[in-house]
Design a binder for this molecule. Sequence first.
Ligand code: ZN
Length: 110
Amino acid sequence: MSRKHLQELIKNLQEFYKCPSCETHYHFDDIKLLGQIDQYCFVQLGCHACSMPVLATVAIGKTRKRRPKTDLKQREEGKFLEKGAISAMEIAEFHRFLSGWRGSIAELLK
Ligand SMILES: [Zn+2]
């Protein structure tokens, strides 16, 4: 990702994301880029007011018109759609859980 892209991404994050805990807008320094896979960026947002950590996945580049390919059957897909989008709170909870996990990933998936 280019520097310009990154700056744009951070600007967007600052504009559209707020801390789910105290609703503070993020500072430039609160946003850390963790990595990039294909057209997805993983960022960590650390609230400067209450230090609540939030992980976010941001799609960059052109958005595809086609539906993303999944290995889910149509019925299963409907089931997930019913559940709705994952909220920032849920991601924060998951992050907290993973941060405290001392075992291996394989153990986690059992
Ligand atoms: Zn906060």
